[in-house]
Design a protein around this ligand. Structure first.
Ligand code: GLA
Length: 390
């Protein structure tokens, strides 16, 4: 479904559920993390892109309370404006955003809302950040309230941390908001400077959803984050310069001291330090147009996930090795890991042959099909003008 088709579909679902045309709408894309895994909360660097799939959130003001309709699930939830209680499940992402908006003084009044999406939940494309971002933009438009992009990203992150319980970094929200067509987003997660690096028109990404939805994702994610903090404290004691995050540890400093660290914690830190270095090299390779060497960094990144961060799974490894055998330029897991999607870099003209080979390798091992969709770097989130008629 294209962005415009999704917007139309969401508006029509809203009309059929609430009997009126929505007054405000926003669209937010999902994201793909291309290089720099688990570096965002270590104040490091990431290359990512918004993709051409996302969430559309529409609303119409009403007198009483809040009614939310998840049209893809055909489920609804109600909330009181006075208490903003968290009902659980998908509604927490939305109510979490409302709580944060209220804390910032945004005027909240009653509304009926509908949302639907073209990104599957749990596929590693961050449908959660897209729901949060689309909610924030539509509700702010409805209340005549404006915030800079970075503040929107941060409020959505707080919503996810507090209402959903994942200590995520800012990667997903920043990628959804700052996405740009035909470019990767390069973010420095210490200064929060976002720049773009042109992405060649001949190449694209294949997002390969393994269908593995790891039930422990949230707790594994939080425990990896805690191990990174342990490693940071170790380096802060040993190194002469200030270390407030693993970002401050160079590959040479890591190698000099890592034998003194607990083995598992050392491997976690190796991943983060290595990823930051790969992002720096990756930016230069992209600028030089060397997609082959860039793709090799993606393969290296995946190897480091397998052996150091241990956030891959068998199915992701199967896709990455099938991608390599099929002639892809690069492949790695994308996002938190433990399941979800692999991102594969391919020349557009080889899309079909590489897809077919990966699907067949996956099906022969798991007796189920691998979902593959092509994605190109796309524009970021924004408010949508509701068309008078279709
Ligand atoms: C998830 C989190 C992000 C980031 C990635 C891993 O997508 O939400 O903040 O940490 O995992 O890079």
């Amino acid at each position: 479904m294209t962005r415009d088709e999704l917007i139309k579909h969401t508006i029509l679902c809203h009309e059929s559920k609430f009997g009126k045309r929505p007054a405000f709408a926003a669209y937010a894309p999902g994201r793909v993390e291309v290089l720099g895994n688990h570096t965002d909360y270590n104040e490091g660097f990431v290359l990512s892109a918004a993709v051409d799939a996302g969430i559309c959130f529409v609303l119409s003001p009403c007198r009483e309370g809040i009614t939310l309709h998840a049209s893809d699930l055909n489920e609804s939830a109600k909330a009181s404006l006075e208490t903003l209680d968290l009902p659980g499940g998908w509604a927490n992402y939305i109510i979490g955003v409302l709580i944060e908006l209220q804390k910032l003084g945004a005027p909240l009044t009653g509304f009926d809302a509908t949302f639907s999406g073209s990104i599957p939940k749990g596929a590693g494309l961050s449908s959660s950040a897209a729901i949060e971002t689309a909610t924030a933009l539509a509700v702010m438009a409805g209340g005549g309230f404006a915030l800079p992009k970075l503040d929107i990203a941060k409020l959505c992150q707080r919503a996810e941390m507090d209402a959903v319980g994942v200590r995520c970094g800012l990667l997903d929200q920043i990628s959804s908001l700052y996405g740009k067509a035909d470019a990767l987003i390069h973010t420095d997660f210490r200064t929060l400077d976002v720049t773009t690096v042109p992405f060649p028109a001949d190449e694209e990404f294949l997002i390969c959803d393994t269908g593995v939805k790891h039930s422990l994702v949230d707790s594994e994610y939080n425990s990896r984050r805690a191990q990174c903090e342990t490693a940071r404290d170790f380096f802060a004691e040993r190194l002469k310069h200030p270390v407030s995050a693993l970002r401050d540890v160079s590959p040479a400093e890591f190698s000099a001291l890592c034998s003194e660290l607990d083995g598992e914690v050392a491997r976690r830190a190796a991943h983060v330090v290595g990823e930051n270095d790969r992002v720096a090299r990756g930016v230069e390779l992209l600028k030089a147009g060397d997609l082959t060497a860039f793709g090799e960094l993606m393969f290296e990144s995946h190897e480091s996930s397998v052996h150091n961060f241990e956030n891959s799974c068998e199915e992701l490894d199967c896709v990455v090795s099938a991608a390599r055998e099929a002639g892809a330029l690069g492949a790695r897991l994308s996002g938190g890991g433990f399941g979800g999607s692999a991102v594969v870099l391919v020349p557009k003209k080889q899309e079909e042959t590489i897809t077919a080979k990966m699907k067949s390798a996956f099906a022969s091992k798991y007796e189920r099909s691998l979902t593959v969709r092509a994605a190109v770097p796309s524009a970021g989130a924004g408010i949508i003008q509701i068309p008078g008629e279709f």
